[in-house]
Ligand binder design. Structure first.
Ligand SMILES: Cc1ncc(COP(=O)(O)O)c(C=O)c1O
Ligand SMILES: [Zn+2]
Length: 364
């Protein structure tokens, strides 16, 4: 299996330790899964690896690494909204989907030590699967990251470096270590294997509902769920499982919205923004590295951006909690953005929203 550089087109084996191409371009995975059919889902496997026929995996390493991730229920919240409960995961966020597949890849190519930067949840997930895999792991998080997330990362046996400054600076510090020391970058943004895992969000929804809802709300910081969702929806389209793309509703924080601004300004990349503090720490990404890829999808499929209004996040969280759904602030932003979307575009029925991070993580 190979990576192809998104910028210069250079082909490299996926066993490379290089985080990106020499030209600076990010890798894309050259992998065409077979046509999607429910018959090819391994119903005896109770984890997201039941979809392994459609996931790029080199060997059976996943068997020693899986923690039973995926398989999250879809719950009806009201007549218009379905919630996919992705915080029902081993590390309490959707990042387990990507981390399980990424760490299985690391194991398959013989990596014994990794670094990663994160707003908390991705680092938490990579730390847990590295713990299971017996891979040494070091995570960089920005100052202000929820203490609960940091405690969990440490509990999984990883080293944590809390970096002063914002999320983008934290990534720069971690990437400098990758450059200087040549250590493997198990990063959810750079490494295409992560998206192989987040694809399963859609495969699962399709298996559960036997269809795909008309509207899908997806948070976009770096876009790791977004890109997995788009790859899987294109796969379902090509396979004839669905006959049109649903309306994707991509949300960004109103305090940090480089992709939404880039789109509105007619750019093919993220706009320059100065991120301001937001409760939605998980989507506070000022410089999303796959910006061009994301905006290509936005234009190709008429995806709509919407803001999560900052002052509505706590209200949304309280409303969800009062009905038994206890999610983290970043996840409450998904519901706040949905309400904003209804305000702008009118009633929006048959909408799937991800509940992708657990409430206890942001109680601080
Ligand atoms: C709970 C939660 N929601 C959404 C996101 C955004 O994911 P991405 O940056 O991959 O778009 C994150 C990322 O950490 C998160 O933790
Ligand atoms: Zn290149």
């Amino acid at each position: 299996m190979n990576f192809k550089c998104a910028k210069c087109g250079k082909i490299t084996s996926v066993s490379t330790r290089a985080p990106k191409c020499e030209c600076g371009g990010l890798w894309k995975l050259e992998f065409q899964p077979p046509k999607f059919t429910l018959e090819d889902v391994d119903k005896d496997e109770w984890s997201l690896f039941r979809y392994r026929k459609f996931i790029a995996l080199e060997d059976d390493s996943w068997k020693d690494i899986s923690l039973g991730e995926g398989m999250t229920p879809i719950v009806r919240f009201n007549e218009d909204v379905l919630l996919k409960m992705d915080y029902f995961m081993p590390t309490l966020s959707f990042k387990d989907r990507g981390a399980a597949v990424l760490v299985a890849h690391c194991k398959a190519i013989g990596i014994d030590s990794v670094v990663q930067d994160s707003s908390g949840n991705a680092g938490n997930a990579v730390a847990a699967y590295c713990g299971k895999a017996g891979i040494k792991c070091e995570i960089f998080v920005p100052e202000g990251t929820s203490p609960k997330k940091i405690d969990m990362i440490k509990a999984h046996g990883s080293k944590v470096n809390v970096v002063p400054g914002n999320r983008d600076h934290c990534a720069d510090v971690c990437r400098a270590k990758v450059e200087d020391e040549g250590v493997y970058y198990a990063n959810h943004v750079y490494n295409p294997f992560f998206y192989e895992g987040t694809k399963t969000y859609i495969y699962e929804a399709y298996e559960q509902l036997h269809r795909i809802p008309e509207n899908i709300v997806v948070p976009v910081g770096n876009g790791t769920l977004f890109l997995g969702v788009m790859h899987a929806l294109e796969h379902l389209l090509e396979s004839g499982c669905i006959d049109h793309m649903p309306q994707i509703i991509a949300l960004q924080s109103e305090k940090c919205d480089p992709l939404m601004k880039g789109y509105e300004e007619g750019l093919d990349k993220a706009a320059e923004v100065s991120p301001e503090p937001t409760l939605a720490e998980g989507i506070a990404i000022g410089k999303p590295m796959r910006d061009q890829e994301i905006l290509e999808y936005v234009r190709k499929y008429g995806i709509r951006f919407i803001h999560a209004p900052e002052e509505k996040i706590l209200e949304a969280r309280a409303e969800l909690a009062s009905k038994g759904i206890y999610c983290e602030h970043t996840t409450a932003a998904n519901y706040a953005a949905y309400k904003e979307y209804c305000h702008v575009y009118g009633k929006t029925p048959d909408c799937l929203i991800t509940m992708c991070g657990a409430g206890l993580k942001s109680d601080h």
